[in-house]
Structure formats: C-alpha cells, structure tokens
Design a binder for this molecule. Structure first.
Ligand SMILES: N[C@@H](CCC(=O)N[C@@H](CS)C(=O)NCC(=O)O)C(=O)O
Length: 121
C-alpha cells in the first residue's frame, strides 16, 4: 500500500518535471507533417500515465510532433486485457503495430523510440 503510494507519487513528480522540460518539437512543412502522421497510421501505444518509461516514450512522441493513439491500461481494463492476451504480457510501454493486416507488439521503450524515429524522424 505505502510502496504503491510512494511509487505513484514519484511517478507524478516525473510527469510534472517532464512537462516542465518538454523537448522541442520537430517542425515540418504541411506536406511533410501529413506524411509523418500517415506513417504512424496503425500504431497504438499501451501505457500507464505515471510510468517513467511511458513518460520517456511520450516525450519522444512529443519531440517527433506526431499524434498516436494512447491506450491507458490503468484507465481502461479492456486495454489491459488486450495487452496481456494479444501482446503476451502486461508490461508498458508497448507499441501495437498493425501493418498490412499483420499485428506485432513491441515492448521496450528504447526499441519503440528507435522505431518511431525511423518511421517519422
Ligand atoms: N525496460 C522496460 C521497462 C518497462 C517497465 O518496467 N515497465 C513497468 C511499469 S513502469 C512495467 O510494466 N512493469 C510490469 C512488468 O515488468 O511486468 C522499458 O524500457 O520499456
């Protein structure tokens, strides 16, 4: 109970500091912005709001100036269930990638950020 409260408190501090120190967003012309957004079609990020690795991943999304569908497993039990049953485990962040009708699940914040950098960086 106490550990959970401390972890949540620390998570909220991380969220706040992250908000204060958000990275600069990549600026693109209109055409490139539409293209960048198109390149992220079919992606959904499973996450928890105050998880430090999720904060790190959201910062990268902010830097890349893209909008991704965010599926918070703490707020929506069905997302948690999907992650466990289809992804294979409950660990966040996890990126669900749907390409040409195939779905894969990418765990590990560093891998997710590299993938996003490659797609739209
Ligand atoms: N190395 C992973 C660490 C992710 C991680 O530990 N996430 C925690 C939440 S902050 C989690 O989902 N823990 C559950 C578990 O590992 O089963 C990353 O960078 O994405």
């Amino acid at each position: 109970m106490l550990v959970k409260a401390l972890r949540n408190g620390l998570g909220m501090i991380i969220v706040f500091v992250s908000w204060l120190t958000l990275p600069k967003q990549i600026k693109r012309n209109e055409v490139d912005q539409v293209q960048a957004q198109e390149n992220t079609q079919g992606l959904a990020l499973y996450q928890l709001y105050a998880c430090p690795f999720c904060v790190k991943t959201r910062r990268a999304i902010h830097r890349l100036n893209i909008t991704l569908e965010i599926r918070d497993i703490g707020k929506q039990p069905s997302y948690r269930q999907e992650l466990e049953q289809q992804g294979g485990r409950i660990k966040v962040p996890c990126l669900r990638i749907e390409e040409q009708g195939e779905v894969r699940w990418m765990y590990e914040s560093d891998d997710i950020i590299s993938y996003l950098d490659q797609q739209v960086g």
